[in-house]
Design a protein around this ligand. Structure first.
Ligand SMILES: [Zn+2]
Length: 328
């Protein structure tokens, strides 16, 4: 009997540990552009979305495999399955309620359209920049450039980590199609925008930090933290200024510093917000030396934790990011 009690005690302790771990999320998170409506939701009985959120008109259903399905009809949830007009969507992890659906995967199509029209395009990947951070920075008047060219909120992909977000941006596909679900995957199952530039004899450059993230069709130009300030964005910025003088049709830049500070200090910390201000100045300066289009797109967002910040779960702050285009 004592042994049974002991095992029970161990189980309770273990359960406690798992509860504390924020990455364990079993149910569905229902969210809008602005906030989570319900977290970790598992419908014990048939639950109509209208009963949870009246304003609903269309939704993006996000599955465990990273697939996104847009539904416009009334639907209900049972367990973790969503039923729409007799069709079922299993293993749903997130439901994004929006009347204005956009995705970070749109960036691929936008880049392709510019290149097809023989226009130049510069794309800046703002690692770990959430829609909530954007709104806060805008309120503080920190980001005149970003504020001017903001288009709309966009959905990241599941799981919201760099490999998956980056792959989604350059392939235009969700993880269920391009195969890049998480940090462990570097190979894409479909062609990226860089393959497109090679096929069309266009010049492209990928300016990356100190680590190669994906096996892209063109080799990234890596940067070392030469001045030892703890990041490569400043070196990358200098390198980008030089690239602008070249003859590139596509310049792809990956700034990491917002994500780094978000992890260390938290997404809304002064250090992080000040850095977002600096990134705005970098991009403003780059734009003055570039006469092509500019797309600014984060790979994923960031949520607050007791240690700072993190991302990788299906929650509004990780999944909703701002999207920007400058094309005049
Ligand atoms: Zn990160």
């Amino acid at each position: 009997m004592n042994r049974l009690l002991f095992i029970l005690l161990i189980l309770i302790i273990l359960a406690g540990c798992f509860n504390k771990s924020e990455t364990v999320s079993d149910g569905i998170t229902i969210f809008t552009e602005e906030e989570n409506i319900k977290e970790n939701f598992i419908a014990e009985e048939k639950t109509f979305i209208k009963d949870l959120y009246e304003d609903y008109s269309s939704a993006a259903l996000i599955s465990k495999t990273g697939e996104v399905s847009i539904v416009k009809d009334k639907f209900y949830i049972e367990g973790k399955t969503v039923y729409v007009k007799g069709k079922s969507y299993k293993d749903i992890v997130g439901i994004y309620l929006t009347e204005n659906y956009h995705s970070i995967t749109d960036a691929y199509q936008h880049m392709k359209e510019y290149l097809e029209n023989d226009e130049k395009v510069m794309t800046v990947l703002l690692d770990g920049f959430s829609y909530n951070q954007f709104k806060l920075a805008q309120e503080k008047d920190y980001i005149p450039f970003l504020s001017k060219y903001f288009k709309h909120a966009a959905l990241s992909v599941y799981t919201p980590v760099t490999n998956a977000g980056f792959a989604a941006i350059i392939t235009g596909q969700t993880p269920s199609v391009n195969g890049v679900h998480d940090r462990s995957v570097r190979d894409m199952k479909v062609k990226s925008i860089f393959e497109y530039t090679l096929e069309k004899d266009k010049e492209a450059v990928l300016l990356e930090g100190d680590i190669k993230i994906l096996s892209t069709e063109i080799e990234p130009l890596l940067h070392i933290d030469l001045n030892g300030d703890g990041g490569t964005d400043d070196e990358l910025y200098e390198s980008a200024l030089k690239a602008l003088e070249g003859n590139y049709d596509l310049i792809f830049i990956h700034f990491h510093g917002i994500d780094d500070r978000g992890h260390t200090f938290g997404p809304y910390h002064r250090e992080t917000m000040e850095y977002i201000k600096l990134i705005d100045q970098y991009i403003q300066e780059l734009s003055l030396n570039w006469d092509g289009a500019i797309i600014l797109v984060p790979d994923h967002g960031m949520h607050e934790t007791s240690e700072g910040g993190s991302h990788g779960i299906c929650t509004q702050s990780d999944m909703v990011v701002p999207y920007f285009i400058k094309d005049e």
